[in-house]
Design a binder for this molecule. Sequence first.
Ligand code: NAD
Length: 273
Amino acid sequence: MNGLSEVLTLASFDALRGKSAVITGSTSGIGLGIAQAFASAGVNVALNGFGDAEEIETNRAEIEAAGVKALYNGADMTKPDEIKGLIQEAEETFGAVDILVNNAGIQHVEPVEDFPDGKWEAILAINLSSSFYTIKAAMPGMKQRGYGRIINIASAHGLTASPYKAAYVSAKHGVVGLTKTVALEVAEENITANAICPGYVKTPMVEGQIADQAKAYNMTEEEVVREVILERQPNKRFIDVDELAALALFLATPAGRSMTGRAITVDGGWTAR
Ligand code: NAD
């Protein structure tokens, strides 16, 4: 133990200045919040995801105004070649992908016997397989530079299940398995892999689920929030995107170098039950 100043240096976000990050699905919600937080800490960011072109450009320009480089690449996370192209463009533009946040995700809520095949395939591709392809593409550069932080946004549903979410729960459990495997493979290389497992965060994805579940359970949207969605979340409030962004930043600091292969919950106690 060296003293407080050494501890604060280890955990300081200053160490991140000049690094570069790719954040998939960062045109909205959690991904956008994490991208903005990394940019505030001096990290160049590659944005990705779908949405209104003008809005995406406004977000990109605002991030660049923080004094970092920011690019947007619209790679579709169901397409392995486009995913490779995203990592390649970030490496060419910034010189490195030091931090990889696999965040893109979609949801569909329906009983298993009615669950559309196409939705199953899309959720597995976007929520799970895309992380395999980004990690595979980014790993050689991380190994070469001797630093890497892989942060997979899984879910409390990576550790526990809920009815009507067969594809999402399967994919998120898969993300936790992928995280552990990659962590073991590169544990000696100053590359870590962790999964952040949030409870409910009020983003466009959850707003969609409130409406879907109101239909599935034949309830009003207010009843769904109180009795279904936050029923299992003991703190009884939505998680803030900033709480997840702060954890992602911490994992990228030197203080996070021995934290690897874990599913870290930010779920108000949901999975403590
Ligand atoms: P969101 O809908 O606000 O954002 C999802 C992002 O993924 C968007 O940028 C969207 O454009 C992008 N995306 C979707 N399909 C894509 C594709 N084919 N290719 C590229 N990008 C694509 O959702 P969010 O709530 O911010 O979710 C982000 C992540 O957090 C997801 O992986 C989700 O499963 C996870 N998560 C969310 C919650 C929550 O309560 N909101 C809880 C736990 C985990």
